[in-house]
Design a protein around this ligand. Sequence first.
Ligand code: GAF
Length: 385
Amino acid sequence: MIDAVTARQRFAEYYGHAPAGVWSAPGRVNLIGEHTDYNEGFVFPFAIAERTWVALGGRADRVVRVATSFAPDAVEIHLDDLAPDAVSGWAAYPFGVAWALGRFGGDLSQASGVDLFITSDVPVGAGLSSSAALESAVALALDEHWGLGLDRLTLAKVGRHAENEVVGAPTGILDQSASLLSESDAAVFLDCRSLDAEVIPLHLAESHLTILVIDTKVEHAHATGGYAARRASCEAGAHALGVSSLRDLDAGDLPRAQRVLDDETFRRVRHIITENRRVLDTVRTLREQGPLAIGGLLDASHASMRDDFEITVPEIDLAVSVAQAHGAVGARMTGGGFGGSAIALVAVDLVPAVSKAVRDAFAERGYGEPVIFTEQPSAGARRDA
Ligand code: GAF
């Protein structure tokens, strides 16, 4: 297990002296609201227990050096050389964040260099936002060390900017907001247009419920392929319907959308319109009736991602349908799709039975073994030491 003490030790072993501080940021599960963020809609994620840790030490020069436990070689860059196309691979995340901090109001011309050591237990490629955990931890650490004083929403924008401009993935602000704004036992209700955020208690433990994560091990990547295509369809749909974003439409616009758009674009647009409604209904239902009552909305969200947005894969659909058939309150894919993880809202005492049923079903179909674990909605990014 990784914690602040381990992160300090790893830094000290690598650089030969103690770090000035340790910061960490979590991955996320999105409870509901998929692909709505870049359509200026609503999302409702929570932070998971797995985190990325950044230990930082100051330097006298203007070099940023990054070492990690997941790549053999350290990488370094002079602060004057930071640029979107200056780096590639995993280093694009930390260096991209450093570059984006300069773009969001931090004057880096007098900033001194830093040594960073990064370590993480957020699963990579599981749809649980390992990239946002890395961006958010680095953003928080550098913001504090350099005394930039940027607020957390701005740091979320910094992470998104790094991902869009440096990594090259056209993602929205969901993941970084979840990582930076979450609190324990709660989810973040974010309006991605106004960026108004509200932390809403989930009351899972009182209801004897937990979130089961089923990582199908089917790896996804958002810098390529389907994710960008879905975003382009949404933008084309909004343009054809005369709105600046799909956020401006509701169910009353669906008949006109069906007349104006081709079938595929219509179904993409219908997913966004209905998913925004489901997020609002989830938040209201949770407040009025508690988490046991939101299962149908999770199920409907999955059906919409499978049939209208077409971002699920057979392994994910199987995990969801088996969980539903074995007593889950509700289940859906979480994250951008094309692989990754499903989540199921499950009574605590049903966890072993649902897990076994999913494992058996995967074995029967000849799919690779999924990794199944429970998640506790956890604290957001913070300074640990
Ligand atoms: C990925 C992206 F990074 C998010 O911005 C969001 O669009 C999500 O997919 C889908 O809801 O995690």
